[in-house]
Design a protein around this ligand. Structure first.
Ligand code: ADP
Length: 169
């Protein structure tokens, strides 16, 4: 099994692909999206302009430009509206569709931020459970090095516990 977590800035990671928690325009924003665009440089925005946006739960790939990562997989997580508007399925799809693109491109490593848990307001515990579940289901069928990137100690501890619990089953 190659699911792990680490705390840090995803823009510094030397993975085949890092995932961007983007919005539907794919034209940049705050949070991790802003950090990725700043670190990648203007060419990333230029490529994103050619993509025509992205639906919630879907994903699209670009090059990584000035990032250490070769590619950026842009996905759009759901905005949290209380949980009864399809948020869990949409969040899981964001992970699954990002992983599917990585597999199609025959990448061997991918790093995810905690999609939807910032401005989009998804409760962190529920979001972490979905992230771990989607990754472990993918790893049952395919081999990939997946990193769940936490941005605080609390986030990292949450992922660690979930991964340990699941690994023990
Ligand atoms: P969303 O709009 O999907 O909620 P945000 O960017 O607001 O996206 O937040 C998603 C998560 O990314 C949050 O948990 C936030 O703490 C985290 N985050 C923000 N910047 C970075 C970064 N540079 N590296 C990794 N994670 C980050």
């Amino acid at each position: 099994m190659s699911l792990k977590t680490l705390k840090g800035d995803i823009t510094k990671l030397d993975a085949d692909a890092i995932v961007n928690a983007a919005n539907r325009t794919l034209l940049g924003g705050g949070g991790v999206d802003g950090a990725i665009h700043r670190a990648a440089g203007k060419e990333l925005l230029a490529e994103c302009r050619t993509l025509g946006g992205c639906e919630t739960g879907q994903a699209k790939i670009t090059k990584g430009y000035n990032l250490p990562a070769r590619y950026v997989i842009h996905t759009v997580g759901p905005v949290w509206h209380g949980g009864a508007q399809g948020e869990p399925e949409l969040l899981k799809n964001a992970y699954k569709n990002s992983l599917a693109i990585a597999r199609e491109k025959q990448l061997s490593s991918i790093a995810f931020p905690a999609i939807s848990t910032g401005v989009y307001g998804y409760p962190k515990e529920e979001a972490a459970e979905i992230a771990v579940e989607a990754c472990l289901e993918f790893l049952e069928e395919y081999d990939m090095e997946i990193v769940l990137v936490a941005f605080s100690d609390g986030d990292r501890n949450r992922y660690e516990k979930l991964i340990e619990d699941r690994a023990g089953k």
